[in-house]
Design a protein around this ligand. Structure first.
Ligand SMILES: Cc1ncc(COP(=O)(O)O)c(C=O)c1O
Length: 395
């Protein structure tokens, strides 16, 4: 018998949004195919090549037969290298047994949220913010509780506001510092206060520190510097941004010991394991030569950031804060008097500049655009000229 009411897609998938960066990229690519000149400032990935030692190790390990399954939580050597790296940077002593390697930080976020969130559980996160948190919470049946980031507070999450939003149903708080899309950075005091809240109300913390190596002032504080939080902390990081390895798909998460088996089961039953040769290659990531390459890239990002900010702030109607980390600018364009989505669409169609509307990161992103400055100085200068001309020609 035919049912009229049976939905062919799961209810929990309804309302799930995709990452706008990928949609904007395909629109921009289509215009390029039609012969238009487009400057790509939409996608969040370094424009540099993966450092040579990692690249060569990847090729070498492919030839040496690192083409079989790896253990579900990752190769012991890489779990040890990650634990050693994190322990050398922070006051926490990380046990390799708590590290899970994943095909990208995004998968680690998805695995953690699906391992701990029940339908009806509330998860607090920053808005604007990386959209994969909301999507994963929705897919797990959880309830999203966005907290607005304020430009006046340099896009630092307000801990007072977070405290106000905690209810008996709150299970987890997600933080991201340095932050996508604003470049905001939380201070050690912010993290300490967050840890105090988590302990007081028995909450879990997911700290996404994927931009931890891309900063332009003091090294950003890490949740791993707060000893009292380790038993309730999921520390997510990865290789994509620091080592220009987005396409390799490699990330990791440090998981509290008592929850490890659950997350490991999730990974086991979804992806089995992460690719083996990419893990072998990543063993070259934490070496002095590779760090030298990373430092060079970050200094170059800083140069571009400064040129881009100065250029944008010279345009009437645009105002932009200096991000302390990440490779994004999040200018306020509310004075242009159009919704962010319309500005981003028109910038692409009329000026050949691909950017994202702030609303791609949540409703509190209205009035903003996100530009990636992971592009050449020449392209950034051309983009500034094009944006300037576009704004000047607005009625
Ligand atoms: C805040 C944040 N977390 C996680 C990711 C995902 O990184 P990966 O490529 O390791 O999946 C991104 C990528 O844009 C990001 O911006």
């Amino acid at each position: 018998m035919k049912s009229e009411t049976k939905s062919r897609t799961a209810r929990r998938m309804q309302g799930v949004q995709g990452e706008a960066a990928f949609e904007m990229l395909s629109r921009a690519n289509e215009l390029e195919r039609q012969g238009r000149s487009i400057i790509h400032l939409e996608i969040g990935e370094p424009d540099f090549d993966t450092p040579e030692p990692i690249l060569n190790a990847g090729i070498d390990w492919l030839k040496r037969g690192a083409t079989h399954y790896s253990p579900t939580p990752g190769l012991p050597e890489l779990r040890e290298a990650v634990a050693r790296h994190l322990s050398s940077r922070h006051s926490a002593e990380i046990d390799p047994g708590n590290v899970i390697i994943s095909p990208g930080a995004k998968m680690a976020i998805f695995a953690v949220i699906h391992s701990v969130i029940d339908p009806g559980d509330e998860v607090i996160f920053a808005d604007p913010g990386y959209p994969a948190y909301e999507a994963a919470i929705r897919m797990a049946g959880g309830k999203s509780v966005p907290v607005q980031l304020e430009e006046a507070n340099e896009f630092r999450l307000s801990l007072e506001e977070v405290a106000r939003r905690i209810t008996p149903q709150t299970k987890m708080i997600v933080i991201n510092s340095p932050q996508n899309p604003t470049g905001g950075v939380l201070t050690l005091e912010d993290l300490q206060r967050l840890a105090d809240l988590a302990r007081r109300d028995d909450l879990l913390i997911l700290s996404d520190e994927i931009y931890s190596d891309i900063y332009y002032a003091d090294p950003p504080a890490s949740m791993l510097d707060i000893a009292s939080i380790l038993d309730r902390l999921f520390l997510v990081n990865g290789f994509s941004k620091t080592f220009a390895m987005t396409g390799w798909r490699l990330g990791y998460v440090v998981v509290p010991a008592d929850i490890f088996r659950t997350v490991d089961l999730f990974v086991n039953n979804s992806i089995s394991s992460t690719a083996t040769f990419t893990q072998r290659a990543a063993l070259e990531a934490f070496t002095p030569n590779t760090w030298k390459a990373v430092n060079k890239i970050v200094r170059e990002f800083e140069r571009r950031r400064d040129v881009f900010i100065d250029g944008l702030n010279r345009i009437a109607g645009i105002r932009c804060l200096k991000p302390l980390g990440s490779f994004y600018l999040f200018p306020n364009v509310s004075a242009l008097g159009m919704p962010s989505k319309e500005i981003a669409d028109r910038l692409l169609d009329e000026a050949g500049v691909a950017a994202l509307p702030g609303t791609a990161f949540g409703r509190y992103g209205e009035g903003y655009l996100r530009f990636s400055f992971a592009n050449s100085l020449t392209n950034i200068e051309t983009a500034i000229e094009r944006i300037d001309k576009f704004v000047t020609n607005l009625p």
